[in-house]
Design a protein around this ligand. Structure first.
Ligand code: C2E
Ligand code: CA
Ligand code: CA
Length: 572
């Protein structure tokens, strides 16, 4: 009897323990927002626990057969993986996991399993935990998106484009295929940004990017690098996937204006550089670089154009990079000298003055033309110390001559737009005039039209101050820019220099003659002095004299001369 009592007490204690355990496990389950599925393979039993209804409100599971109801809740491609998670026994592991997406297309569920085995090593029980990871997945997707795509246009960003292009390059290397890269830049985008604001700029970038995304497809990558720069790569161009076709479509589109959200209409043009693998370059970055260099070439050719890579373009570029490095050394070592080219009055052939022209002999003894290195110096900022040196060195030499030869001549200096734009420019010039005590009337500063076009107000104010101080201003290279006579009327200038390109054909071409004659006639009426540049023949000289040109500069009467040679002219 005692034995029976003992057994009953034991059973009830065990029962109590089990009930407590069940309560405890239930509580543990309920503290998380997860759902659990318990599967007993021995009894073919399934049970659902905790937040099951949150995940699968319509799925009531009683036995294994009901699992089909669970599978119907997940997207088709995840049915098999889920079934495997529930049934497969990975002998070497006690846990396993996978991710499935529900049919709503939004909910991502992570499934983690735990298994029990019997003494024979066969799985007996399994628990599958379902955890909602949609929020995490979304954040992750956003991060992935940001890592691969440009937020403004939705196109590939630069980094991802480079990675995908690298895949193209690998593939093309294996199959001997061609890849074309189009590097594209919106012309005068700075003007849009500065003039209309960056919101307008962004909208243009976005709309144009959206248009370009239409070319994206199999074997075509479209990307937005930054600001107004886009890049397209075409694998094995052909059919509709050719540079010519894409450029034609782009050109047709941008002839029509982009209508902004404000109703404003903006028309743009683009410059495009094209480089092909393997002709232009054999690596991804070189390929992009080549296309970019060619794009700059297209910009230099007056924008709104497409240009294709060829070897001379690359050589020219490599040479300019080389020059840039050497230029830095030259500025440091002051490896420059000044030459002076005489200018004469056309009627009396008396010396009017001289134009100071810089010369640079590099360490290998080669002369590098200012026509080549000045534009590079303007780009990399070296023009500022070079320009200051030119002004000081020329004026110092000029003052010595004045003292020695007591001559009545004018010194002309070429001043770069970069110098005119600097705040210190006017004070700097006046400071040097005072330092060397020269008469401002003997100094002439040459200016090109481009500086007036880009920074009209600022530069005009400076020119007025300089002229009030007595310095002469001369408009250089007239006829090569936007030159219109009506616009010259209002400029604070004293002299106008007619560009060599007019003089070159003045004898052979009647049109040039008519234009030059009317320029000189008008300019004289406006009260300006005229100088003809690049006069090389007697015929040109006589003709210019006949039509009333005031002064002559050119190889016929005198080449640019080193200081000592110029001195001989002054004393003679
Ligand atoms: P530029 O101001 O138009 O100077 C005139 C150029 O024409 C000079 O070239 C001169 O040597 C050349 N030239 C003069 N007469 C003739 C001729 O009869 N026939 C031919 N074929 N050429 C002639 P250079 O010295 O090579 O200078 C080229 C350009 O470099 C200059 O054009 C000027 O824009 C720039 N430059 C030269 N020196 C300086 C400087 O000190 N500062 C700045 N900012 N630019 C300079
Ligand atoms: Ca000049
Ligand atoms: Ca000139």
């Amino acid at each position: 009897m005692d034995e029976l009592r003992y057994q009953v007490d034991l059973l009830s204690a065990m029962n109590q323990r089990l009930t407590n355990d069940e309560k405890m496990y239930r509580l543990i389950c309920n503290t998380s927002s997860n759902a659990f599925l318990y599967v007993n393979f021995v009894d073919n039993e399934v049970r659902t626990l905790a937040n099951w209804d949150f995940f699968f409100p319509e799925v009531e599971l009683r036995d294994m057969k009901d699992l089909a109801k669970l599978y119907s809740q997940v997207e088709d491609r995840y049915v098999l993986p889920l079934r495997d998670l529930i049934f497969l026994e990975k002998k070497e592991m006690n846990t396993d996991s996978g991710i499935v997406r529900l049919k709503d297309g939004k909910t991502w569920v992570e499934c983690e399993t735990a298994i029990l085995y019997d003494s024979m090593g066969n799985a007996t029980d399994k628990v599958i935990r379902f955890k909602d990871i949609s929020k995490f997945k979304k954040q992750n997707e956003e991060l992935t998106y940001m890592a691969y795509y440009d937020m403004l246009t939705g196109l590939y960003n630069r980094n991802y484009f480079v990675r995908l292009l690298a895949d193209y390059v690998r593939r093309a290397g294996e199959h001997n295929d061609v890849i074309a890269v189009m590097f594209m830049d919106i012309d005068d985008f700075r003007k849009i940004n500065d003039g209309l604001g960056i919101i307008v700029g962004d909208e243009i970038v976005q709309q144009f990017g959206q248009f370009l995304s239409g070319f994206q497809g199999e074997n075509v990558l479209v990307s937005h690098f930054n600001a107004d720069i886009y890049c397209i790569a075409i694998y094995k161009p052909g059919g509709n996937r050719t540079v010519e076709h894409i450029y034609k479509c782009i050109h047709e589109r941008i002839r029509k204006p982009f209508v902004l959200s404000t109703g404003q209409e903006i028309t743009i043009s683009v410059s495009v550089g094209v480089a092909e693998y393997p002709e232009a370059a054999k690596t991804t970055l070189e390929l992009i670089n080549c296309a970019e260099i060619v794009m700059f070439k297209a910009k230099g050719k007056g924008k709104d154009a497409i240009k294709y890579f060829d070897a001379p373009i690359l050589n020219e570029f490599l040479q300019s990079v080389n020059i840039e490095t050497k230029l830095k050394e030259a500025v440091f070592n002051q490896n420059f000298t000044m030459n002076f080219q005489p200018q004469y009055y056309a009627d009396t052939q008396k010396l009017r003055g001289m134009e100071a022209l810089i010369r640079w002999r590099d360490n290998d003894g080669r002369m590098i033309s200012p026509g080549v290195f000045i534009p590079i110096a303007e780009k990399n900022g070296a023009i500022v110390p070079i320009g200051t040196w030119v002004i000081e060195e020329s004026i110092r030499t000029f003052v010595q001559w004045k003292k020695q030869y007591d001559c009545d001549v004018i010194l002309s200096l070429n001043i770069s737009p970069i110098q005119y734009m600097r705040d210190e420019f006017v004070d700097g010039i006046i400071g040097i005039i005072q330092k060397y005590d020269i008469d401002p009337k003997e100094l002439e500063l040459e200016i090109t039209e481009s500086v007036l076009i880009e920074n009209f107000k600022d530069v005009m104010e400076k020119l007025y101050i300089l002229r009030d101080y007595g310095i002469r201003i001369s408009l250089d290279d007239f006829g090569t820019g936007y030159s219109s006579l009506s616009y010259i009327k209002g400029l604070p200038i004293d002299t106008l220099k007619i560009d060599k390109s007019f003089i070159d054909t003045i004898i052979s071409d009647e049109n040039t003659r008519i234009i030059t004659e009317s320029i000189i006639y008008m300019v004289k009426k406006l009260g300006f002095e005229t100088i003809a540049e690049g006069v090389e023949t007697e015929a040109q000289l006589h003709y210019l004299k006949d039509i009333g040109c005031d002064c002559i500069q050119g190889f016929l009467l005198g080449r640019p001369l080193p200081k000592e040679e110029m001195e001989k002219l002054l004393c003679g």
